[in-house]
Design a protein around this ligand. Structure first.
Ligand code: MF3
Ligand code: CO
Length: 262
């Protein structure tokens, strides 16, 4: 990844809005497909069809060889779960959906974890804390702060609720590329450990803030399929992500559906 942070022009921002709106709609479709008895493949189909019908392309499909439009990660799976016809979702499961849509050359990226039917109190709390961690961090997504302020806000909120933040994967800038500089960690990094360091936030930056949270320990490993990231202790995990525009004032959540549901 280049270390250059691309500041978007007003025209580019308008295109980002359009791409992100499609991604947000696709997430809603995926959320509605989290139902007892459906497979993770069927969830992916709902997302994929929505993206294509919107005139966009599913950016994850073929990305570094990823075989689907959607990452669908169940329970202890944190991110990058591969949709499968053999994996059925059941009541009591929590399902993380992560997708990107490319439209007119720009990418929108969002994720969320959703309950299938009734889930445990711990699972409900994990979903709520992970989502709220994004909004806690959002308060720092404005000029006057730096990238690490976002990560510190996520970490403080998550750990004060008894959960842990994943270290091995981070958020990112976004634009023409799905992953642009800067890296956006969900924790306070060791000095010098992030490529591109700790830049100031400036108007026109577009970044993905994406807390990845484990109910237990934060260490993760990758399964033999070379993609699926799971917690080492197999504790439940959740993910929440939006594409955010830095402005002069309030940050703009570009991947939020009109009903603010996701
Ligand atoms: N949407 C993910 C992100 O937040 C990327 C998924 S990896 C892919 O960066 F291979 F599925 F594309
Ligand atoms: Co992302």
């Amino acid at each position: 990844m280049s270390a250059t942070i691309y500041i978007k022009s007003p025209h580019e921002i308008e295109l980002m809005r359009q791409a992100a709106k499609i991604a947000a709609g696709a997430r809603s479709m995926g959320r509605q497909a989290v139902r007892d008895g459906l497979t993770t493949h069927q969830i992916d189909r709902a997302v994929h069809e929505y993206i294509v019908k919107s005139g966009a392309t599913p950016s994850c499909l073929g990305y570094e060889g990823f075989p689907a439009a959607t990452c669908v990660s169940v329970n202890e799976e944190v991110i990058h779960g591969i949709p499968s016809r053999k994996r059925t979702v059941h009541n009591g499961d929590i399902v993380s959906i992560d997708l990107c849509a490319t439209y007119k050359g720009f990418v929108g990226d969002c994720a969320g974890t959703y309950a299938c039917g009734e889930v445990s109190a711990e699972a409900q709390k994990l979903i709520a804390v992970t989502r709220q961690a994004f909004f806690e961090a959002l308060q720092f997504a404005r000029p006057g702060y730096r990238i690490y302020d976002i990560g510190v806000a996520v970490q403080n909120y998550v750990e004060s609720n008894g959960f842990s933040v994943v270290r091995d994967f981070v958020g990112h800038g976004i634009g023409r590329g799905m992953h642009e500089a800067p890296e956006v960690p969900n924790y306070r990094p060791e000095r010098g450990s992030m490529r591109g360091g700790n830049p100031r936030l400036v108007k026109g930056m577009t970044i993905c803030i994406e807390p990845m949270v484990c109910a237990g320990d934060w260490h993760v490993e990758i399964l033999k399929d070379d993609w699926t990231v799971v917690s080492v202790d197999r504790s439940l995990a959740a993910h929440y992500e939006n594409t955010v525009l830095i402005t002069d004032g309030e940050p703009e959540i570009l991947t939020m559906a009109d009903d603010l549901w996701a």
